[in-house]
Design a protein around this ligand. Structure first.
Ligand SMILES: CC(C)(COP(=O)(O)OP(=O)(O)OC[C@H]1O[C@@H](n2cnc3c(N)ncnc32)[C@H](O)[C@@H]1OP(=O)(O)O)[C@@H](O)C(=O)NCCC(=O)NCCS
Length: 230
């Protein structure tokens, strides 16, 4: 497999946005979908399954109250699920609407920021972007600190060293630019990313619990900040 790591070009922008949506939010193995699926296994979901089952049982004896309990518990579950999904999609909106992926060239243009893509060549020499990573100096007031962002590899090309090659390019660039610290954030739904960063010597520096509230239920997602001195 012939994969080249190169700097981003203006013509890559649409493909990168598409990749972000697929890899982070909407794809079957994306952190977005994993977060949504996690809802099925948290304690309040089991309580709702119990209430629904009780409704089914009651409906054997008395159809109206039993059905009402079933419908109410299902409607509550779906509304809660919708609330979580809306929150996940905000991440997409934030990146696309005025965020760094809206205009990749200008956001990652000023040095020491930079953006790379991984491109695979077919036998005819045509290239397809299958991964990317950005180094962003705008997210921290300290000019010697940069953030790794948008580390993405298309699922069909994962676990072949593409993510490592992209990360190496970003770290090498940060060192060349005399940066002193590099950091990033990731979540409990990104085990591959955490493994990748730990392989490169990043340490977990902090953990942040973000709760998505719905009525009295809090759906908690753990975020981790990883960092490394250069
Ligand atoms: C994280 C990601 C970029 C890694 O890309 P990749 O091309 O698969 O990475 P590599 O092939 O270089 O593998 C790097 C390490 O991660 C590990 N890894 C990759 N996929 C894994 C998985 N599904 N589960 C556990 N570890 C995994 C590899 O085993 C490898 O470690 P090893 O060399 O010790 O075996 C990719 O999985 C991805 O795009 N994930 C979804 C988006 C995401 O979470 N991005 C990170 C944003 S912070």
């Amino acid at each position: 497999m012939d994969i080249q790591i190169r700097r981003v070009q203006e013509t890559d922008s649409e493909r990168i946005r598409q990749l972000f949506k697929e890899v982070m939010i909407y794809g079957a193995s994306s952190p977005g979908k994993l977060a949504l699926n996690h809802q099925l296994y948290v304690q309040p979901a089991y309580v709702l399954y119990g209430i629904f089952s009780l409704g089914v049982l009651i409906s054997y004896y008395s159809i109206a109250p039993g059905s009402l309990i079933c419908v109410a518990s299902l409607a509550f579950f779906l509304a809660w699920r919708q609330r979580i999904w809306r929150e996940i999609k905000k991440y997409d909106d934030a990146a696309m609407n005025g965020g760094d992926l809206a205009d990749i060239g200008s956001h990652y243009g000023p040095v020491p920021s930079a953006f790379w893509v991984a491109e695979v060549q077919d036998s005819g020499g045509a290239g397809t972007v299958i991964g990317c990573v950005g180094l962003d100096s705008s997210t921290n007031p300290d000019p010697s600190v940069v953030e790794i962002r948008r580390m993405l590899v298309s699922p069909s090309y994962q676990q072949r060293g593409v993510g490592s090659s992209l990360l190496r390019a970003a770290i090498d660039h940060a060192r060349t630019q005399k940066m002193q610290r590099i950091f990033l954030s990731t979540s409990m739904f990104q085990p591959a990313a955490r493994k990748l960063y730990e392989n490169f010597g990043f340490f977990e520096e902090g953990k942040l619990d973000v709760g998505v509230k719905f009525c009295s239920i809090s759906f908690d997602i753990d975020f981790y900040v990883y960092g490394m001195q250069l």
